[in-house]
Design a protein around this ligand. Structure first.
Ligand SMILES: O=c1nc[nH]c2cc3[nH]c(NCCN4CCCCC4)nc3cc12
Ligand SMILES: [Zn+2]
Length: 373
């Protein structure tokens, strides 16, 4: 990393680490959870509210923004930070994963991928070079290499071939990224659940050299046990002095288990998407607010939570506005979920710094009932 981008490890406890990524747009406290702002907004949240939940960095998506409103238009308007009124760091995913999960009529070649927009059916192409250009036009602080994430289950040969393509694309991504002080480029490790292929990918990325390293190719249906099995070895294959980012994760217990295995950064739509569908995460488990049992409940979602939803409203109200499909429902439940996810991150940062992460992890698991509360 250039001096403008510096990762400083503050403490470790077992494999868990806590530190700070210093960037020109502000510090990122790790372990960090990144709320997802796919279409230049964290859905149902004002940017200042996202900051109030404790987020230091947001995630944006190349795929969505290149289709609408286009990267060129955002660039003409001053870049993504100005456009969405978020002046702190933004990490953008490189588009390959979203093309495979959202777009139609895809054609994958060595050069890149062509596809039809899920919005209007128009045809587009993404290559390592085009993805770097889009992320530069957006002005994102942390740029992700353009990669291919194979859907699991897949046979070993398919995973090996896909990983090696992604490594060739990582080299092209770095060449196209160039030298951009104050901006970081992260490589993405692939290799499915094959330890030797993960090793090969880690070596390829380390030889190319990046400012940070993501563990990709997970949270694609393999399940928590298989994901943790891979995380028992994959983070250790990456340079220990650079940030390690697990993409697309996850539920609260996924996040805790990933940090315990050496992960520093994560992102997931779960807290915001669940906020809109009435699924509320609390320290004692999940509340499904649409359940009739909450219709007369005068208690807050979580007595110990200081978020606006828990400070000013009771479950009966939140049940009512959810059932009435009122906008305030998504706003309040999203705010609560993002606040709770950031509380988990702060709890882990403090526990790792104090050397009490094991006890914190035990308390985290003991307090959570199973199922609906
Ligand atoms: O290998 C990847 N390369 C680039 N971007 C990625 C994004 C990913 N997102 C996920 N999983 C997202 C799972 N998420 C869970 C909540 C509901 C929507 C899907 N795996 C990923 C792997 C990658
Ligand atoms: Zn709350």
């Amino acid at each position: 990393m250039s001096e403008l981008f510096k990762f400083e490890l503050k403490a470790t406890d077992g494999k868990a680490r806590t530190g700070v990524i210093e960037t020109p747009r502000g510090d990122i406290r790790t372990p960090a959870f990144m709320p997802v702002g796919t279409a230049a907004t964290v859905k149902a949240m004002m940017p200042e509210s996202v900051r109030a939940t404790g987020a230091d960095i947001l995630l944006g998506n190349t795929y969505h923004l290149m289709l609408r409103p286009t990267a060129e238009r955002i660039d003409r308007l001053g870049g993504l930070h100005k456009f969405m009124n978020w002046q702190r760091p933004i990490l953008t995913d490189s588009g390959g994963f979203q093309v495979m999960s959202l777009a139609g009529l895809r054609k994958l070649t060595e050069k890149g991928v062509t596809f039809k927009s899920h919005i209007d059916g128009s045809r587009h192409e993404l290559t390592p070079e085009r993805s770097m250009e889009i992320q530069r036009l957006l002005g994102s602080d942390i740029v992700m290499c353009f990669d291919e994430c194979p859907a699991l289950p897949a046979d070993r040969d398919r995973i090996a071939e896909s990983m090696r393509l992604s490594m060739r694309w990582a080299e092209r991504s770095k060449d196209a990224f160039g030298d951009r002080p104050g901006h970081a480029l992260f490589g993405i490790m692939q290799g499915g659940l094959e330890q030797d292929l993960r090793e090969e990918s880690a070596k390829a990325l380390t030889d190319i050299g990046f400012d940070g390293y993501a563990v990709g190719g997970l949270a694609v249906g393999e399940g928590q046990e298989a994901m943790f099995g891979c995380l028992d070895y994959a983070p250790d294959m990456l340079p220990q002095d650079k940030p390690r980012y697990l993409m697309g994760v996850g539920k609260p217990d996924d996040i805790v288990g990933a940090v315990a295995r050496g992960i520093d950064m994560m992102d997931c739509v779960l807290p915001s998407r669940s906020g809109r569908t009435g699924q509320v995460f609390t320290r004692r488990g999940v509340v499904n607010i649409k359940n009739a049992r909450h219709a007369d409940d005068p208690r807050p979602l979580d007595e110990e939570c200081s978020c606006p939803a828990c400070s000013n409203y009771c479950r009966a109200y939140l049940h009512h506005v959810f059932r009435a499909n009122e906008m305030i429902s998504g706003m309040l439940l999203t705010w609560h979920n993002l606040h709770y996810f950031q509380e988990i991150m702060q709890g882990m940062r403090d526990a790792i710094a104090a050397g009490t992460f094991g006890a914190w992890q035990k308390d985290f698991h003991d307090t959570r009932a199973e199922g609906d509360i």
